[in-house]
Design a protein around this ligand. Sequence first.
Ligand code: DSN
Length: 425
Amino acid sequence: MPERTLLDADPEIAKLIDEENRREHETMRLIASENYASRAVMEATGSVLTNKYSEGYAKKRYYEGQQVIDQVEELAIARLKKLFGATAAAGGEDDLHVNVQPYSGSPANLAVYLAFCSPGDVVMGLGLPAGGHLTHGHTVSITGKYFKSVPYGVRRDDHRIDMDEVRKLAKEHKPKLLWAGTTAYPRILDFAAFRSIADEVGAILAADIAHISGLVAAGVHPSPIGVADVVTSTTHKTFRGPRGGMIFCKKAHAAAIDKAVFPGLQGGPHNHTTAAIAVAAREALEPSFKEYAKSVVANAKVLAGALVEKGFGVTTGGTDNHLMLVDLTSKNIAGKPAAQALDRAGIVANYNAVPFDPRKPFDPSGLRIGTPAVTSRGMGKAEMEKLASWIDRVVAKSTDEAEIAKVAAEVKDLCRGFPAPGIRV
Ligand code: DSN
């Protein structure tokens, strides 16, 4: 008897996937951490590799039957070494160790703590309200509960990371671990300055490039590889792979990192994800990926400029990367109702705190907007300008459902002309 398809076996889930497929096709995806994985990446993710257990690392596994899995993992690592070794400030591929097993970005970051810190150690990272990540020591995260977290911030006047404050705090608190990484920060990170501060106080420097790894791979953002002791990333943001994680480190730290990931934190790696990471790395090695990453940044600059022209506050005045933080205070609307109205108009972003936000995190003043996904659809300057006009119209009339429906129809129309990679239309 032939096997049942998803539609036959589970029509409810099949229908929901179909609905999500349509939603992703007909709306503008502006969530800065999202993208469209290619058909090839999704095929690898949905493969038989999901069936196999393989605790351990290539040639050192705890289960038999790894003839294929070892090759998959070694291929993923080799491609990532080639890609990121080429961006390295020092050492290149020769001093680069890669672990592709973290389930995602947060587990990758936890592995860094396990590899280098003991409970109670001082750790420093960019505070969440200033654009940092939960796992860089925020109080509600295990990283802020098990370690003594000393967050640094951004300057009040220009909203850029204050390296003088980082140095001052580091000298005062002597962190074991210093994070250089962000989730909502639109400017280039000065990894060399972080390195010199870490050296001055004897800290391990960890760079979290989850948001920017695609830009780093393409040489569009400076690389911390060869600068930081360890570099973590997700694989599904600008890198445009499956949902997963990866860690790069100097060879001196390889054993500590590998031991922290397995058996320290995880069991069997998700081999289907590893294969899809290998596919994404191969795609990122193609010259077209460099062009893609350049366009992500160019689009973000155009969109930020167009929003500024329309009277929106854009923190730091613009962007160097794939995202911008829009402060809606001048438009007399908070981030959440604006994000909800935009969602009804088919423009999907997330509400976000802005630096020194007087409002609460669940009802903040801003929006975070990113261009990785719309750029994957081939959209460019003209579409970014249109997008700014739509955002302006919706924000100005956020309770006018007729106007929102008009924008939604225009958005849908435009999206039809830019099929997203991986989406079955
Ligand atoms: N959730 C991710 C983001 O949106 O930036 C970070 O983990």
